[in-house]
Write a protein that binds this ligand. Structure first.
Ligand SMILES: Cc1cc2nc3c(=O)[nH]c(=O)nc-3n(C[C@H](O)[C@H](O)[C@H](O)COP(=O)(O)OP(=O)(O)OC[C@H]3O[C@@H](n4cnc5c(N)ncnc54)[C@H](O)[C@@H]3O)c2cc1C
Length: 293
């Protein structure tokens, strides 16, 4: 934990989405939205450009965690990791997301940290972000001029940088309804169970019997943003998932990643285990109960 001291800032407490957006329009990049604060309060010890912290604490209408078999899942900006973990709908229909929530930090952190905060932080280590990138989804962003939806495929631009504009509030995330035969899983490796991932992986497979029709395969902590692995996805598409294919996939992963040395692990170690982790996460998805939605 850092011993740095935070600079003074104004804590703004809007009581509606409209008021929040008006404050964002006024303060733009001199402001930051505070959801759970588990990333932001750390960042404020290093980023001295923020004069106004706009808390969502009193803003109603952002708590929705709603699943509809036809429409999919909606996750509001104040939905916490613990909310996700308590949801049987998420557990049954989006196992990768539920598994990411299950291993996420500690109970205290899970009660505070939000799913959207995880996405907005744009860390390549984000566990729920990795699971959601595999499943797919789009963020609803709102500013004084209106709304727009941004696909997660287009959202993370580089380390800590997103497609969100400074005056936009992320209101919710929409995750598509699972298709028949959809299977997903998330796995990670950490130094201690409470720590951020040193490497993580998530997959979402569309299976028809033994054949994989389509796959989305994601790795974290192996580049400046979370990465999809296009070669691996291509190998899985319209293929029978045999032990031989998994072995070939495991060997290809290293050509799709660019890990670095940091305080959590080394590039050498990450390169060594990445292929095995991807193989294991695919096996975990395949061994899960089929979703018959
Ligand atoms: C001890 C510790 C352990 C951790 N362990 C893990 C872990 O195991 N796995 C993991 O993935 N992460 C972990 N984290 C990181 C962090 O907890 C997560 O990224 C968390 O999901 C962030 O959510 P939050 O609600 O706290 O976001 P905040 O800190 O409130 O916000 C994060 C960023 O998103 C922006 N933001 C938040 N909500 C909105 C919104 N609605 N609209 C616009 N901008 C918004 C904020 O301005 C800020 O820039 C850990 C952090 C700590 C301190």
């Amino acid at each position: 934990m850092s011993s740095r001291v935070m600079r003074d800032f104004d804590l703004l407490l809007p009581e509606s989405i409209e008021e929040t957006i008006a404050l964002l329009a006024r303060h733009k990049d001199k402001s930051a939205v505070l959801a759970g604060g588990t990333d932001l309060l750390v960042a404020l010890k290093f980023d001295y450009s923020i004069d106004n912290v706009i808390s969502l604490a009193l803003v109603p209408g952002l708590d929705e965690l709603d699943f509809d078999p036809a429409r999919g899942l909606t996750i509001g900006a104040k939905v916490t990791i613990a909310d996700v973990l308590r949801s049987q709908d998420v557990k049954d229909n989006y196992p990768a997301l539920w598994q990411a929530a299950q291993v996420f930090a500690t109970p205290q952190l899970r009660n505070t940290a939000t799913v959207l905060g995880n996405i907005l932080r744009a860390s390549p280590a984000g566990d729920c972000s990795a699971a959601l990138y595999a499943t797919g989804g789009s963020l609803l962003l709102k500013n004084a001029n209106g709304c727009r939806n941004v696909d997660l495929d287009d959202f993370w631009i580089s380390y800590g940088v997103t497609a969100r504009r400074a005056d936009e509030l992320a209101v919710s995330l929409h995750v598509p309804a699972p298709v028949k035969g959809q299977k997903s899983a998330f796995r990670r490796m950490t130094r201690t169970t409470e720590d951020l991932s040193k490497i993580n992986a998530a997959v979402c497979l569309q299976m028809a019997g033994e054949t994989c029709r389509k796959a989305r395969v994601v790795m974290g902590c192996v580049g400046p943003t979370l990465l999809r692995l296009p070669k691996v996805e291509k190998m899985l598409a319209e293929a029978a998932v045999t032990p031989e294919l998994l072995c070939d996939i495991s060997n290809v992963v290293i050509s799709e990643i660019a890990p670095i040395d940091d305080q959590r692990s080394s590039a050498e170690y990450r390169n060594k285990v990445a292929g095995i982790l991807v193989k294991r996460v695919i096996e975990a998805a395949l061994n899960a109960k089929e979703n018959d939605q």
